[in-house]
Design a binder for this molecule. Structure first.
Ligand code: IPE
Ligand code: IPE
Ligand code: MG
Length: 331
């Protein structure tokens, strides 16, 4: 079954979409697609069939999102913890991934036509090599498309992502690209797998479980969280509208919290820069010279920015080399 659904919404769905779109709409929505096995049990079908229908629902949900003007979607498809499930289930999920990523590559024309950029977020090295290669190909082929974005979290947990970001920063310091004092919240943010995306505005978890299961812990501190009892394969356009409505009802408080956080983060950076300047001026005769302080402050910011940019370029090229390397590994 195809990833790209071109079917239009029904008249009533279009009507409802237009009413919703009169209010503030989330630009980026994240889904914890949960409840596939309970759905299989409920419908007396094989567990693998539940996972398969879960994928079909993803393709359908992506179409609804696009129709609502939501151009970025991040989904939790497989967590690192899910490797602890039975070998049979893990192999079934890997086989599904194999089929779906292969299908994605067969649909490259449609991806280009609709400008779909696919990103896979997670520790790819934990996956079978053939899947790593399919992922690398899909990510590299679609990397310059920019109409809509699908981020698939696969072999992902948030703690693993954050630890990895810390390791990348430590590598930057070791390589002499960064100073230890450059380490900050915004820098770590730019080392996460999600560095190319804005934070999700809305996070939806299905199946009635009220927890995040190690998903986007860093990125959702100011997102609207909506927990819905429906099992993922049964998710409907109306469930999505209900979640968007929840977002709209909470929109102004979310915006306020985000702005406050941004201000606080700027204040912290300024404080740290001023402390650096004070350090430089220690014992200097013209300690009170305001002009000198200003110049040093500017110098401090400019140098930090230069180091940060060159570190981020090195990181991006390291990550790109890893993907290109996978494409050249013989099958
Ligand atoms: C989510 O559904 C899909 C994956 C984790 C791969 P589950 O497999 O967790 O199904 P439930 O939650 O046990 O019903
Ligand atoms: C989270 O669901 C992972 C995915 C949806 C892929 P789980 O079903 O694995 O989470 P827990 O184990 O119930 O917390
Ligand atoms: Mg589950």
């Amino acid at each position: 079954m195809s990833w790209i659904r071109e079917k239009e919404l029904s008249l009533i769905e279009r009507l409802c979409a237009n009413v919703l779109k009169a209010g503030p709409m989330p630009k980026h929505v994240a889904f914890i697609m949960d409840g596939n096995r309970r759905y299989a049990q409920k419908c007396h079908v094989e567990r693998q069939e539940g996972h398969s229908q879960g994928f079909e629902k993803l393709a359908e949900t992506l179409r609804w999102c696009l129709n609502l003007g939501i151009c970025e979607v991040t989904v939790y498809a497989f967590s690192i913890e899910n490797f602890k499930r039975s070998a049979e289930e893990v192999e079934g999920l890997m086989e599904l991934a194999r089929q779906k990523f292969s299908r994605l590559l067969e649909e490259r024309d449609k991806l280009e036509k609709h400008g779909v950029c696919i990103r896979v977020l997670g520790d790819l090295t934990l996956l079978p090599l053939d899947i790593q290669k399919l992922i690398a190909q899909a990510v590299l082929e679609t990397r310059n498309y920019s109409t809509c974005f699908l981020n698939v979290c696969f072999a992902y947990t948030s703690r693993h992502e954050i630890s990895n970001a810390v390791r990348e920063v430590a590598w930057g310091v070791e390589e002499g690209l960064l100073e230890p004092s450059d380490v900050s919240e915004p820098l770590l943010d730019r080392c996460l797998y999600t560095c190319k995306s804005p934070d999700p505005d809305l996070l939806i978890r299905t199946s009635g479980e009220i927890r995040l299961s190690d998903f986007l812990l860093w990125q959702t501190s100011h997102s609207c969280l909506v927990f819905q009892s429906v099992l993922w394969p049964e998710y409907s356009f109306w469930n999505l509208c209900e979640a968007v409505l929840q977002y709209q009802l909470n929109h102004s408080s979310i915006q306020k919290a985000r702005e406050q956080h941004l201000q606080e983060s700027r204040r912290l950076q300024q404080e740290s820069d001023q402390a650096w300047v004070r350090g430089q001026l220690q014992g200097a005769a013209r300690r009170e010279d305001a002009q000198l302080r200003r110049r040093l402050l500017q110098q401090c910011c400019a140098r930090r920015e230069e180091r940060t940019q060159s570190f981020l370029r090195a990181l991006e090229s390291k990550r790109g080399d890893f993907l290109w390397g996978l494409c050249t590994v013989p099958s």
